[in-house]
Design a protein around this ligand. Structure first.
Ligand code: ZN
Ligand code: ZN
Length: 401
């Protein structure tokens, strides 16, 4: 019957249309809220419009609205009644607002005392707690990948950069599905805890192109996106996630960073393959008391490695004092980096030479040594490996789709 046929085709068309509208938005165009300097306290900031016209709304109910045109700037301060703002043309907004949002413009320059200025795009929100303002920049996953990989991607090799873009997309996807900052108004922080973010001031054209070329590509294990780990330089041997973090991630095994198990290490050309630093013994004592001490029971005068893993990384450390204490290598290294800076003791893969007043640390690699070694990825690309080979090498047992 023609009528029936009509209805059947109509129904099929309806199904097709609804399936189309229900199908997920491409991952790269999805939004992600990035917390900017979430660890820091600040009560004043300045925003300057570099291009476009930014609409600024004061208060959650968008009761007050103002525009920031090219070249104009606006200073926002946190005072006891809330936030207040003053524009470069003299206009003042003294309402004591809980929220200020900026949208519609093109480029914005953010200045916070004691921080590098940051170029931002898209949607920007300023809020506050009792002691500090907080900032949330909403960008697309694409923009986040370009921001991260342009800055941390130490390579110019297109195949290595494609691998890094895919790694970053996968990591952001995993974090969106497994929130790491549930109590916060953002999805990801701007540090390596989630994924480094620097606004758009460092964006590289090549990374933008390669992010587009890999759009939608996700590293999967058993069909699910993985939480891909990465570091700057492994120093020749990758450690497993089990050894370093005590977690079972089968796609993060220990293995040599060698192609086909031979030749020179893939990251051998890294400036961090070998490193050394000489530290004063008194500074080490200061480090132990500043970072670990607390009460008479917890005064540590010395420390020593307890266990070392396959990759040569110190897994556990014993702090020596009245009551000895064991801490993980990861925690010890985090404290070392806080105290001596990120370029002090670059990894937990080192030996020590004790001199009269100093200790010489001779080490290999930079970072935790788990997952993708960025200099290694660069080395593999230089050895003609394609980006899928690079990802399979560092995340064995996974597939990209
Ligand atoms: Zn985080
Ligand atoms: Zn390596």
């Amino acid at each position: 019957m023609p009528m029936n046929k009509f209805f059947t085709s109509f129904f099929l068309l309806f199904l097709l249309l609804s399936a189309g509208s229900l199908s997920a938005q491409p991952i790269d165009t999805q939004s992600i809220r990035v917390g900017i300097f979430p660890e820091d306290d600040f009560t004043t900031l300045r925003i300057q419009c570099f291009s476009g016209s930014w609409r600024i709304e004061f208060g959650a109910a968008s009761a007050t609205r103002e525009y920031l045109a090219e070249g104009e700037d606006c200073t926002v301060m946190l005072v006891p009644k809330g936030m207040v703002a003053r524009f470069s043309d003299g206009k003042e907004f003294n309402g004591g607002y809980d929220k200020i949002t900026l949208t519609g413009g093109d480029l914005l320059n953010l200045e916070i005392p004691d921080h590098q200025p940051m170029l931002l795009q898209n949607h920007f929100e300023i809020g506050h707690t009792d002691a500090s303002m907080y900032l949330v920049n909403t960008v697309s996953i694409h923009q986040h990948i370009v921001s991260s990989i342009s800055k941390i991607g130490i390579t110019n090799e297109p195949e290595a950069l494609r691998a890094l873009c895919t790694m970053a997309r996968t990591r952001l996807t995993w974090i969106l599905a497994n929130p790491q900052h549930k109590e916060s108004p953002y999805d990801v922080c701007d540090s390596s805890h989630c994924m480094h973010f620097w606004g758009c001031g460092y964006n590289r054209e090549l990374v933008d192109i390669l992010t587009n070329m890999t759009a939608g590509h996700i590293i999967r294990h058993g069909g699910k996106p993985i939480m891909p780990r990465y570091h700057n330089t492994c120093g020749g041997r990758i450690s497993s996630a089990k050894e370093v973090y005590g977690v079972d991630e089968p796609y993060h095994p220990a293995h040599p960073d060698l192609l086909d198990g031979k030749g020179s290490e893939n990251c051998f050309h890294s400036p961090n393959f070998h490193w050394s630093i000489e530290l004063q013994k008194v500074d080490i004592i200061d480090f132990l008391s500043m970072q670990f001490a607390g009460g008479a029971e917890r005064i540590y005068g010395n420390w020593e490695p307890k266990t070392v893993d396959y990759g040569g990384r110190i897994q556990e450390v014993t702090l020596r004092g009245k009551v000895p204490k064991n801490v993980s290598g990861v925690e010890f290294h985090k404290n070392l980096s806080e105290f001596f800076g990120p370029n002090g003791v670059k990894s937990m893969k080192f030996t020590m030479e004790f001199l009269r007043r100093t200790i010489i640390f001779r080490g290999m690699g930079y970072g935790d040594g788990v997952g993708l070694c960025m200099y290694g990825a660069d080395g593999l690309a230089k050895k003609s490996q394609k980006y899928l080979d690079i990802l399979k090498f560092y995340y064995p047992g996974t597939e990209v789709k």
